[in-house]
Design a protein around this ligand. Sequence first.
Ligand code: NAD
Length: 368
Amino acid sequence: MGSRRDFLEKLTVSTISLPILYGPTQLFAASEEPYDGPILKVAIMGLGSYGRRVAEAMQSCKRAKLTGVISGTPSKIVDWQAKYGIPEKNCYNYDNFDRIKDNPDIDVVYVITPNGLHKDQTIRVAKAGKHVICEKPMGINAKEGQEMVDACKAANVKLLIGYRMHYEPKTVEVIRMRKTGEFGKPKFFQGLSGFTIGDPTQWRLNKELAGGGAMMDIGIYSINGSRYMLGEEPIWVTAQETKTDPVKFKEGVDETIQFQMGFPSGAVASCLSTYAMSHLDRFFLNGEDGYAEMQPSSGYGPIKGRTHKGELTQPHITHQTLQMDGMAQLIFEGVEPIVPLDGEEGVKDMKIIDAIYLAVKTGKRVDL
Ligand code: NAD
């Protein structure tokens, strides 16, 4: 007889039937039943390391399927065609992808390219009449983000940001507990997000392509996390930067930024974003009556954590599988995750990033 633990462990590797998690309305009911509803047909733009991860994860999706690719490297297209059975007519490059508008085999394009390219690519996809999923950060500042939101609205297509944690089971449970008042009034959040970056020639250290440094890439998890853990929008930020390697981290590419945020209720957040420390991935929330701590908190998992009530025991399921099934459900049925992940949400994070950079530059508190 299998124990509950055996059952949960099997679920984490199952490719046939995923338990699905709950959001506000039992978003995904645990289901062994075959799914026979519509399938979201997805083209991935940018076949790099994260694009590969998303494609792998989608093989376990019930509601979403990889049907197309957009890449500037013909050899990658050939490899992906062989691996995922993608027909030639669903393959595009960066010059001709506007033609996707005539392709009924593609419902949505998932933009997984360097940050500095997201805005123009998103707008082109929207103009081609397809929904867009865009990786974080959605652009390189709030102005770009707003242009993307406006373009998608004008084209009557959805814009979703790749905030996979909004579907992650332990994260969803902590948000549920916060919403139902189990921590009491939230008072304090600490978010620590970082890794040690390698190759100095990579696009992540190029201001034009990355839009900044660690803050754009990894600090954004603490920003987004502070908003969904506390359940409020910040009204001010202060920030301080330290740079130990000005050769690797050039002007405009932040290595380490410590920042603080204040919220209307009086809650505060204290966060660190860095490219100079490995294994820095921790969230801590304290309310008047309880706490949640998660470490790791936003990596690919398994996420681990506990609250004042005990360990978080929700199963680990590949984040991108849950995300893509969840996004399919959102697009087809309008079922929202426990916290939204649309373009407007992305803009909120970009406004905070803009304010943090301004606070670093001026040394002053910046009101939002
Ligand atoms: P990557 O370097 O591995 O891949 C980027 C891809 O974009 C490559 O295939 C590259 O060929 C292509 N590309 C197209 N035009 C390019 C250009 N002008 N310069 C450089 N590359 C170009 O990067 P990645 O790690 O896959 O990151 C891509 C995006 O995904 C980023 O926005 C990043 O923030 C995001 N990301 C999100 C997560 C997450 O967990 N949500 C994780 C990793 C990356």
